[in-house]
Design a binder for this molecule. Sequence first.
Ligand SMILES: NC(=O)c1ccc[n+]([C@@H]2O[C@H](COP(=O)([O-])OP(=O)(O)OC[C@H]3O[C@@H](n4cnc5c(N)ncnc54)[C@H](O)[C@@H]3O)[C@@H](O)[C@H]2O)c1
Length: 314
Amino acid sequence: MKKILVTGGAGFIGLNFIKHILDIDRMDIVVADKFTYASNPKELLSISKIETFQLDLADLAAVENLFNHQEISHIVHFAAETHVDKSINDSRPFIQSNIIATVNLLNEAVKRKVEKFVHISSDEVFGEIAIPGKFSEISKIAPRNPYSASKASAEHFVEAYGNTYGLPYTIINSTNNYGPWQHPEKLIPLTIRRILQKKKVPVYGNGSQIRDWIFVKDAVEAIRKILHHGKYQERYCIGGESEIRNIDLIRMILEKMDAEENLIEYVEDRPGHDARYAFSIEKVKRELMWRPKYDLSDGLNKTIEWVREHENRI
Ligand SMILES: NC(=O)c1ccc[n+]([C@@H]2O[C@H](COP(=O)([O-])OP(=O)(O)OC[C@H]3O[C@@H](n4cnc5c(N)ncnc54)[C@H](O)[C@@H]3O)[C@@H](O)[C@H]2O)c1
């Protein structure tokens, strides 16, 4: 039986991915996660049928030890430090967890001849793009903040290992995910929680930055399809086809929660804040017959409901 290593499986997307594949795929699942502040260890450990190891992937000895004891055939690599603001305050943990950890995994993947290494990355690695442009799989990598620079660097290593050592890899670049189990430091769960607590909702600058949003259940279905059917040595861009300005997104959430607009509080903009990210997802639609099922309104309704139910448990 195939054995898949899911790194960062206690994090937001990793946890949703495991829940999604658990009953569909006949694969043994092994999780490696450091259990940082951003993770959901309790929820992960409540899932039976998977093996979980708490370890720092930047620790070479720990990674070697894991591979010495597990015969891994596939890797889906989610683990990373993911908060842009934190990377602006101190980029070093991002170098450790996003670059060094990835290189440790790549070395083991080559040594153990894994069948596929799926690397999860971000739309941010391409930098910002003006309307009406869209990035795609062939766009130039041009990161503009320390988080995206660390993710871009990791991708370069993945491609280099493919080219130099023949590592069978696929890279997935995703736009912003939202949904159950996302840490409340991120925009959508933060906004929902602040509204529930009747507190001010902070908006960076004038809120004019544009992002595309993909509901996490759509994202994990795309990742699963790409794991099984995505081409080797290639990348796929995935997104929700739901572009919106941050301020309009926040207004939409306020309206859905019957809250007043005067909860909005404009705060100093993030330094180097990218104006817009946008993807063309034609390749994944054409080759893998995948397209997002949830529109932003449906996804937000589900997320608001989930945060309400879990407000005191996360
Ligand atoms: N959330 C998004 O909107 C989004 C969009 C595009 C790409 N991505 C990428 O998807 C992946 C998952 O994102 P997420 O939002 O689920 O992140 P998250 O911050 O919710 O979870 C990250 C997980 O990785 C673990 N981790 C961090 N450093 C580690 C280390 N050194 N060793 C082992 N485990 C470690 C954490 O404990 C946590 O469980 C990341 O690679 C991220 O860059 C996320």
